[in-house]
Design a protein around this ligand. Structure first.
Ligand code: NAD
Ligand code: RBV
Length: 511
């Protein structure tokens, strides 16, 4: 499948050649796993009416013919349905997960095999993803999906969190500066691995890889709040190299996925990880934005005693109106059973906080990156022997402190950290359910079609999809709930100043 020579050195300790030429890499291609994945993909499609309708309406027109989409988004069953929709609309696709723990291995395998292929003769999509990648493997996977056989690279990116976009931008910037990345300059362990990857590419593949790749990319559609922040930062600095569609801020994405998705998947993850009763427990959600609101509802649904922290008076007032206490972490750290970070910010729960927590307090994060909880600080304490990390099962760890005295019998206390501080709903459960993701991913497909057709019109800007498409996405999902819309009369439409067919709200309306 690849025309690149397979004589690359191994990348760091992955045991994998830097430029592998591999057609795909997943961990379990057994018949049973592929069949399980295929069955779940079939069942999910029925729960994803937005994607099913796009396939029916546009399948013959192939609006994505000529699109070469590199996707970096959790390789789940729902994402498998998204990928197969992009294919049905004519795109070529290569895929990686955007998180080391979020891949569902049966989804990855079935997506490689495809609906009409077999284990011996896979006919699906090059997927490079498995549950439990190391960070070096993760960045290796991203590189493999970006290296497009016979081409300079993809012409579109579908990103979640911005890692694929980041790699292309950093690579192009270093090439332009005529510099080889120096991993010694890295700000973190992960940054060091990215710089190692760029250095290895420069030394072994050449120093004119990323610029042509970036120039060939006509646009990116971004899934999540944190990735969108990164895009606006680049736009403001003037370093964004191609237009971006902010999918997150479609109403039918952030006001549904971030809210109702987390309402479903937060406690799902805590239960699968710990099986601890939530009712009556004191839970603290840090951040009361869309994800924080869904997370708080998830815990309230189990009759936990939920409090939140906020920096924003509007969100704090919203919580107050819902009867939720707004507190500071410092005030409640010693009295809380379950901690959830949902800020998209960093250093929210520090190692110092963890030292003060109750014995066996559960600590998890549902924001995009792993720096909301100071895992680096915890690791540093492990290096000095102050704390021991004990694996309960993959993605569930007891951290046992040795110098504290408020644990059992006056000894050290423990805390239970889920998914190593990475997004818990995808690390310890299977992410959001299909019906919610259908709404998000219908926006993604519409964004990809829009970029494929009209990217040149946008310049290096970040835009959202127009409201009539947002309303269309919602409309496509109403049937699933037997919801019957009231039809606006011409007179009523005129009276409130909208068109009978919509949009029904001004752009500034907040839902
Ligand atoms: P948001 O901007 O709506 O909410 C974040 C909130 O955190 C804001 O209200 C902000 O004021 C608050 N905040 C910031 N710093 C804080 C601090 N130091 N202490 C307390 N509160 C603070 O963003 P969102 O859409 O809710 O997304 C939050 C994160 O979750 C992002 O990283 C996003 O990418 C991610 N996300 C995850 C999932 C998932 O399935 N796990 C789904 C959607 C989004
Ligand atoms: N998310 N994907 C899933 N089941 O595939 N679940 C959640 C899934 C996305 C969600 O859209 C959010 O914005 C992003 O993961 C954070 O990385």
């Amino acid at each position: 499948m690849s025309d690149r020579p397979n004589q690359s050195p191994e990348f760091l300790d992955t045991g994998l050649p830097l430029v592998s030429g591999m057609p795909w890499r997943v961990v379990d291609m057994s018949e049973a796993t592929v069949a399980f994945g295929r069955k779940e993909l079939e069942l999910a499609l029925y729960e994803m009416p937005g994607l099913a309708t796009l396939r029916e309406e546009m399948g013959s027109e192939k609006p994505l013919a000529g699109a070469k989409i590199m996707g970096s988004l959790h390789m789940t069953i729902q994402t498998g349905v998204l990928i197969e929709t992009l294919i049905a609309l004519g795109a070529e696709v290569r895929w990686v997960s955007c998180n080391i723990f979020s891949t569902q291995d049966h989804a990855a395998a079935a997506t490689v095999v495809g609906p009409s292929g077999s284990v011996d003769n896979p006919d699906g999509v090059p997927v490079f993803a498995w549950k439990g990648e190391t960070l070096a493997e993760y960045w290796w996977c991203t590189l493999q999906a970006l290296l497009w056989p016979g081409e300079v690279g993809p012409n579109l990116i579908l990103d979640d969190g911005g890692d694929a976009t980041l790699l292309v931008h950093l690579g192009a910037e270093l090439e332009e500066a005529g510099k080889i990345a120096d991993p010694a300059d890295a700000e973190s362990d992960e940054h060091r691995i990215i710089l190692e990857l760029l250095k290895a590419v420069s030394e072994n593949v050449g120093d004119n890889i990323w610029r042509p790749m970036a120039a060939n990319i006509i646009g990116v559609s971004e899934e999540t709040t944190t990735g969108v922040h990164r895009l606006y930062q680049r736009r403001d600095e003037g370093t964004l190299r191609f237009p971006a569609i902010n999918v997150n801020d479609s109403v039918t994405k952030s006001k549904f996925d971030n809210l109702y998705g987390c309402r479903h998947s937060l406690v799902d993850a805590i239960f699968r990880a710990t099986d601890v009763l939530m009712s009556g427990k004191r839970a603290l959600v840090c951040g009361f934005g869309d994800v924080g609101k869904g997370s708080a509802e998830s815990l309230r649904g189990q009759h936990a005693k939920v409090s939140i922290t906020e920096i924003d008076p509007i969100c704090a007032l919203q919580a107050s109106m819902m009867g939720i206490d707004v507190v500071t972490l410092d005030d409640v750290v010693g009295n809380t059973d379950v901690f959830v970070t949902a800020t998209g910010n960093y250093n929210i729960i520090t190692a110092q906080h963890m030292l003060q927590m109750k014995h066996n307090a559960i600590v998890c994060n549902i924001g995009h990156f792993d720096n909301e909880i100071d895992m680096a600080g915890l690791e540093a304490m492990r290096d000095t022997g102050e704390v021991t990390k004990i694996e309960v099962k993959p993605q569930v760890h007891e951290w046992k402190f040795h110098k504290t005295t408020h644990g059992p019998n006056g000894g050290g206390h423990s805390i239970i950290v889920l998914a190593e501080g990475r997004l818990v709903n995808l690390g310890c459960a299977t992410g959001h359910p299909s019906l919610v993701m259908s709404s998000s991913f219908t926006n993604q497909v519409l964004a990809q079609i829009e970029l494929h057709r009209n990217a040149a019109e946008y310049g290096r800007q970040v835009v959202t999809l127009p409201k009539y498409l947002d309303e269309r996405v919602a409309r496509l999902h109403l049937g699933k709930f037997d919801a019957k819309l009231t039809v606006l009369s011409k007179e009523q439409a005129d009276y409130i100043g909208v068109k009978q067919e919509g949009p029904y709200k001004a752009d500034h309306y907040r839902y």
